[in-house]
Design a protein around this ligand. Structure first.
Ligand code: ADP
Ligand code: MG
Length: 810
C-alpha cells in the first residue's frame, strides 16, 4: 500500500478514513489524512518532536505504521495525551488504570519478572499480568508517574507494552504464533535429518562403521544442528539470558545450559576426533520444547476465547445524531450525552438509555441468558448487547472504559490474575527448584565423571532437562483462567480467582430471602388502613418515604401511586429495615415490624402475615399495613436440592417476619431459618457459623446485604448489571436464574479437583523423573519428552474446564 495524500486510508495507522472525518497533519510538507483525533494527535506529536523521519523509514520499508509505533513511543509521551488515553485508561481521581498488551513474554518466568519490575516503580500502585492473554493491568498514581514512563521501564527490560485493543492483541498473537511455528518447523525439519544420521551411527557402532565415514556423518550432523541452535532455540537462550542478567535463575536457564553444553561438547569431540556427539539430543530438546510451548500457546488462547470474543464485540463505529443528521464516527469519539442510533442487528457501542423506539436486546454475552430482553423508552441498554428487532435512539451515558462490559472484563482479568496462596507457594517453590536443579546437575556431573567418564555428559544433560517447574507454576492459573471464562459464559462473573476454590470447598450456604431466593420484584397484595386518615394520603406518604430507598419493596410501594405534595425533612434510610422522616412536624416511618417497634416503642402484634409485611406508622399509632408477595426465583429449588445432595448445609437469613419467611422456607425445605434480622444481625450469625468452623458462602442482594457479604468466606451478589461494579463481592450472578449458580458450584468443584490433580501430577512427575535422571536411567531424549509432556498435560487438563462449545458467540 503506497501512502499518498489522495488515499482514503489514514496516513498514520492505515485504517480507512470515514467520509466525514476532517483530520489532517502536515508531514514532510504534505497534508496527510488521518482517521481520528487519536492518530492526529500521535502524528502531530511525532512531527512536533522532530521525528517525521519515522514516516520516511516506514515508506521505504513498506511496512504499516503499527509495528513501528512502539519503538518510537519508547521516546515519547504521546500515550500521556488525554485524548489517546480515553479509549484504554480508566481514571479514578489521581489513580489511573490501563490494560496493556505485553509482547515478548515466553513463559511464566517472564510474567513474574515483569510483575516484579513494574511493581517496584515509584508511583505504580499495582500490576497484574494475565497468564492467558499476556494482558497487564497497571494502576498508577498520576502525580508520581506517567504512563509513558511505565512503558519505557518495560521496554528497558526487553519487553514491549502497548495499550490494549482487541485487534492489536489478535495481531500480536498471530505474529507470535507464526514465528513460533517457523522455529518449530526448522527444528523439526533439520532435527529429523540429525536423528536419521544418529540412527545410522548407532547402527554403525554395532556393525563397525569405518571411522572416516563416521566422522563425515558427525560433521553433517553438526551442520544440520546449527540452525536449530542458532535460530530455533533463540527464544530459550533469550529468556535464559534475560533471567541471568536480572540475577535470577528462570526456568529456561537449565535448558539453555543443557543445549550449550551438548552442542559445544559435540563440536569438541569432532575436532578432537574422540568422544561422543549429542546433536540428536540437542535437536530433540529444542523440537520438543518448542512443540510443547506452541501447543501451550494455542491452548491458552482457547481457554480465554470466550472472553476475548466479548472484547471484540465492541463495534468500531457508531452512528451519532447531531441536528437530525446521522454521522458515522469511530466509537472512541463517542461522548457522554451523545445521541446515537442503533439499528436492528447492530451491537451497542456504549451504555445508555433509550430515548426513542422499543426493541428486544440480546444481552447473552453479558448475562449468559439467551432470551432477548424487551426494552422500552427510559430503559437502560449496555454496550456489547445486540439490538435484535427495531432501531433504537439511545442517549449515551457511559463510554470506553466506563461501560459495564469494560468493568466486567476488568473484574474478570483481575480474577484470572488473582494468585491464590497455593500458586504463590508454587511460584516460590519453582524458583528454588531451578536453583536446586543446577546444583544437583553440577554434583551429578562430578560424580559420574569419576564413576563412568563416558556417561557423565548424557546423564547431566538429562538432569538439566528433565525437571520441569513449569508444570507446577501452570497448575493453578491455567485452571482458574479456563474456569472463570466458562463461569462468565453461564452468567457468573468471578472477581477473585481464589473464590472458585473456596466455593467448591464451602460447607454452608447462607441465603438472603428478598431479591435472592425470591425474584425481588414484589407486588403489593393488600393495603390495610389502620387509622382514620384518608387512604390516598397514606399511600402518598408511604410512596414519598420510599423514594429514599433502593429496596425492591420500596419500588413496589411506589408503584401505581400518584405523587402528592408531601414534604419530608430529616429523611433517614436504614437499609434492610425501612425509612423514617419528619412530616408536618411529626416523625413518621415505614418498614419492618421490628423496625417500627424499636423506633416508636409501639406495641405491634404479630398478625401472622400472609406475605412480607411492611408497616407505616407515626410516633403514636400504626397508620397502615402493606402485605407484599414475591415469587421464588427459577432454579432456586434445583440449586438447594443439589447442595443438599452434596452434604452442604443451607441457612436462610432474612429481615422479613417469621410467618412470611417460614412459608418460603417450607416451600424450599430449608431448616435453618433466621428471621427479623437486621444486616448487622445477619453478619453476627454468619460469624457465629464461622466460629463453628464452617466455611460459609453468602448469597445476597448486593445493596442491602453488603456487610454480610463482606464477612463471608465467599460472597456472591445478585447483580443487577448497573450496580455490579460497586459490589465488592467475590462473584456476581449476572442473570436472574439461580440455575447459573448451581452450574457454577459444579464447575468450581471440578476446578478444585483439576487443580489438585495438576499439582499432584507436577510434584509427582518431578519426584519420579529427577532420581531416574540422576541415577543414569533416563536418556536425554526421554528427559526432553518427559518435560514437554508434563507441562502439556497440565494445560490440557485445565482445558477440560473450558466451555464445551461457544454458542452464539461472534
Ligand atoms: P431480606 O433479608 O429478606 O432480603 P431485607 O433485609 O432486605 O429482607 O428487609 C427486611 C424487612 O425490612 C422487609 O421484609 C421489610 O419489612 C423491611 N424493609 C426493608 N427495607 C424497607 C423499605 N425500604 N420499605 C419498607 N420496608 C422495608
Ligand atoms: Mg434482601
Amino acid at each position: 500500500m503506497q501512502n499518498s495524500e489522495l488515499s482514503s486510508s489514514c496516513f498514520h495507522c492505515g485504517l480507512p478514513v470515514p467520509d466525514d472525518a476532517r483530520f489532517e497533519v502536515v508531514i514532510n510538507e504534505k497534508t496527510r489524512p488521518m482517521c481520528c483525533p487519536g492518530c492526529e494527535a500521535v502524528a502531530k506529536a511525532i512531527v512536533d518532536s522532530g521525528n517525521s523521519r519515522f514516516y520516511d523509514m516506514r515508506e521505504d520499508k513498506q511496512a504499516t505504521a503499527i509495528p513501528l509505533i512502539p519503538e518510537f513511543l519508547q521516546q515519547t509521551a504521546v500515550y500521556d495525551h488525554p485524548d489517546i488515553q480515553k479509549s484504554f485508561v480508566n481514571h479514578n481521581g489521581e489513580v489511573s488504570e490501563a490494560s496493556l498488551i505485553l509482547e515478548g513474554i515466553s513463559c511464566a518466568a517472564c510474567i513474574w519478572l515483569n510483575e516484579q519490575h513494574i511493581a517496584q516503580l515509584p508511583g505504580v500502585l499495582s500490576v497484574n499480568i494475565n497468564y492467558s492473554n499476556h494482558r497487564a493491568t497497571v494502576r498508577w498514581d498520576n502525580d508520581s508517574i506517567k504512563l509513558s514512563e511505565i512503558l519505557q521501564a518495560i521496554a528497558a527490560i526487553g519487553y514491549q507494552a502497548h495499550p490494549y485493543s482487541p485487534e492489536r492483541q489478535q495481531e500480536v498473537f498471530e505474529a507470535e504464533r507464526r514465528t513460533q511455528l517457523k522455529r518449530l518447523g526448522i527444528a523439526g525439519l533439520f532435527g529429523m535429518q540429525v536423528m536419521m544420521i544418529a540412527i545410522a551411527l548407532y547402527a554403525g557402532d554395532f556393525s563397525g562403521m569405518e571411522l572416516e565415514y563416521e566422522s563425515f556423518l558427525n560433521k553433517v550432523s553438526w551442520l544440520l544442528a546449527t540452525p536449530i541452535v542458532f535460530y530455533s532455540a533463540v527464544p530459550l537462550f533469550r529468556s535464559a539470558w534475560r533471567d541471568l542478567s536480572q540475577f535470577s535463575v528462570g526456568m529456561d536457564v537449565p535448558v539453555a545450559l543443557g543445549i550449550t553444553i551438548a552442542y559445544s561438547a559435540s563440536i569438541y569431540a569432532i575436532i578432537k576426533g574422540e568422544g561422543y556427539v549429542y546433536f540428536d539430543s540437542v535437536a530433540m530438546f529444542v523440537f520438543l520444547l518448542l512443540g510443547s510451548r506452541y501447543f501451550e500457546l494455542i491452548a491458552r488462547k482457547k481457554g480465554v476465547e470466550a472472553a476475548e470474543k466479548l472484547m471484540q464485540m465492541q463495534p468500531a463505529t457508531a452512528t451519532r445524531i447531531v441536528d437530525s443528521e446521522h454521522q458515522v464516527i469511530p466509537v472512541v469519539e463517542l461522548n457522554q450525552n451523545d445521541t446515537i442510533m442503533v439499528k436492528a442487528g447492530e451491537t451497542l457501542p456504549a451504555d445508555g438509555y433509550i430515548v426513542e423506539g422499543g426493541s428486544s436486546v440480546d444481552e447473552s454475552l453479558l448475562t449468559g441468558e439467551f432470551d432477548p430482553v424487551t426494552k422500552v423508552v427510559g430503559d437502560k441498554v449496555i454496550a456489547g448487547s445486540v439490538n435484535v428487532e427495531s432501531p433504537l435512539i439511545v442517549c449515551v451515558s457511559n463510554v470506553g472504559t466506563e461501560t459495564i462490559m469494560a468493568g466486567i472484563l476488568r473484574l474478570l482479568d483481575n480474577a484470572q490474575n488473582d494468585k491464590p496462596p497455593i500458586t504463590l507457594l508454587a511460584d516460590r517453590a519453582a524458583r528454588y527448584f531451578v536453583f536446586g536443579v543446577l546444583i544437583i546437575a553440577a554434583a551429578v556431573a562430578m560424580y559420574w565423571s569419576n564413576a563412568a567418564p563416558d556417561f557423565w555428559l548424557p546423564i547431566t544433560l538429562s538432569v538439566l532437562v528433565v525437571s520441569c517447574p513449569c508444570a507446577l507454576s501452570l497448575a493453578t492459573p491455567a485452571a482458574i483462567s479456563a474456569a472463570s471464562t466458562h463461569l462468565l459464559q453461564i452468567g457468573l462473573l468471578v472477581t477473585r480467582g481464589r473464590a472458585i476454590e473456596a466455593l467448591a470447598a464451602a460447607d454452608l450456604f447462607a441465603f438472603d430471602k428478598t431479591g435472592t431466593l425470591t425474584k425481588g420484584k414484589p407486588v403489593v397484595d393488600r393495603v390495610e388502613n389502620l387509622s382514620s386518615e384518608n387512604e390516598t394520603q397514606l399511600l402518598q406518604l408511604a410512596a414519598a418515604l420510599e423514594r429514599y430507598s433502593e429496596h425492591p419493596i420500596a419500588k413496589a410501594i411506589q408503584q401505581n401511586v400518584s405523587m402528592g405534595k408531601i414534604d419530608l425533612t430529616e429523611v433517614v434510610n436504614i437499609p434492610g429495615q425501612g425509612v423514617h422522616a419528619v412530616w408536618q412536624g411529626n416523625q413518621v416511618a415505614i418498614g419492618s415490624r421490628k423496625f417500627i417497634k424499636d423506633l416508636f416503642a409501639l406495641d405491634v402484634d404479630d398478625q401472622g402475615a400472609n406475605g412480607t409485611e411492611v408497616l407505616l406508622a407515626d410516633k403514636s399509632r400504626l397508620l397502615a399495613r402493606f402485605t407484599l408477595r414475591d415469587v421464588v426465583r427459577s432454579g432456586a429449588q434445583a440449586l438447594l436440592n443439589d447442595l443438599t445432595d452434596k452434604q452442604v448445609d443451607i441457612a436462610l437469613l432474612t429481615g422479613d417476619n417469621a410467618a412470611s419467611a417460614q412459608k418460603i422456607a417450607d416451600e424450599l425445605k430449608i431448616s435453618k431459618l433466621f428471621t427479623e434480622m437486621s444486616p448487622e444481625d445477619k453478619l453476627k450469625q454468619l460469624q457465629a457459623f464461622q466460629q463453628q468452623g464452617r466455611r460459609v458462602v453468602m448469597v445476597g442482594d448486593g445493596i442491602n446485604d453488603a456487610p454480610v457479604l463482606a464477612g463471608a468466606d465467599v460472597s456472591i451478589a445478585m447483580g443487577n448489571a448497573s450496580e455490579l461494579l460497586h459490589l465488592g463481592s467475590d462473584m456476581v450472578l449476572l442473570n436472574e436464574n439461580l440455575q447459573s449458580l448451581n452450574r457454577g458450584v459444579k464447575i468450581s468443584t471440578k476446578t478444585l479437583k483439576i487443580i489438585r490433580q495438576n499439582i499432584t501430577w507436577a510434584i509427582g512427575y518431578n519426584l519420579v523423573a529427577l532420581p531416574l535422571a540422576v541415577s543414569g536411567n533416563l536418556s536425554p531424549w526421554m528427559a526432553a519428552l518427559g518435560m514437554s509432556l508434563s507441562s502439556l498435560l497440565v494445560v490440557a487438563n485445565a482445558l477440560r474446564l473450558s466451555p464445551q462449545k461457544t454458542h452464539k458467540l461472534g
